[in-house]
Ligand binder design. Structure first.
Ligand code: DC
Length: 218
């Protein structure tokens, strides 16, 4: 059994940034489970399926295979043997991932992959239901959050730094919507596991958050 660190929290809380740094410092493998839902989302979008078309999603998920491998320590995501890592960060893919991930058949598709990665290796895995559902016996559980305003501002800064023009209000609205969907869905909703340590990163630096989690690890 590997040593397992679970980090859950809402979109934009900094989970992936923190998890990557923690993985580097402690020599763990970083497993980004959101990327797996995004890979399935690419599959649905390629089929021309709309996020509301649940029946079509359930049918399409049957012939999707998601695979993960690591190149120089960076996670690569495969959809039916094609490396689609560069395609998963688009806004439409994120929206489709958020809207299709409540469907039990979609979650079931990724369950074994996530569990088996954690069984074999020392991992830090981030997502929405890792501490509550996927790795209930994780050695360390963290629920990482930040205020909506703060998460919206971080996303806004990230996009404007890339030269993408955007509106802070629209980003804030999209984050609220995504939180609502991720937290109120019936299957594996986003919530803090009882034994998870709550970290609110609103007024913390990245280094401070990493340091706090490092202290929780063996
Ligand atoms: O973390 P992210 O933004 O890449 O995740 C995209 C969507 O995937 C997110 O809105 C909800 C879903 N997701 C999930 O349901 N369970 C996970 N463990 C990870 C992501």
């Amino acid at each position: 059994m590997g040593y397992n660190v679970a980090i859950d929290g809402p979109a934009g809380a900094g989970k992936s940034t923190i998890a990557k740094l923690l993985a580097k410092e402690k020599g763990y493998i970083y497993v980004d489970t959101g990327a797996m839902y995004r890979a399935l989302a690419v599959h649905f979008l390629r089929r021309g399926i709309k996020p509301q078309e649940t029946e079509k999603i359930i049918e399409a998920v049957k012939d999707a295979q998601v695979g993960i491998c690591y190149e120089d320590g960076v996670q690569q995501v495969y959809l039916n043997k094609e490396n689609i890592t560069s395609q998963i960060r688009e806004e439409a893919v994120g929206q489709m991932a958020s809207m299709s991930s409540p469907i039990p058949e979609v979650r079931a598709k990724l369950l074994e992959l996530q569990k088996s990665l954690a069984k074999e290796k020392d991992v830090v895995m981030d997502g929405r239901d890792i501490g509550t559902n996927i790795l209930p016996n994780a050695d360390v559980k963290v629920y990482l959050t930040a205020s909506v305003m703060c998460r919206a501002k971080r996303r806004y800064d990230e996009l404007t730094a890339k030269g993408t023009s955007c509106s802070l209000e629209e980003i804030e609205e999209a984050i609220r919507e995504r939180d609502e969907r991720d937290m109120t869905r019936k299957t594996a909703p986003l919530k803090k596991a009882e034994d998870a340590v709550l970290i609110d990163s609103s007024d913390m630096t990245i280094e401070e958050v990493v340091e706090q989690i490092v202290k929780l690890c063996r």
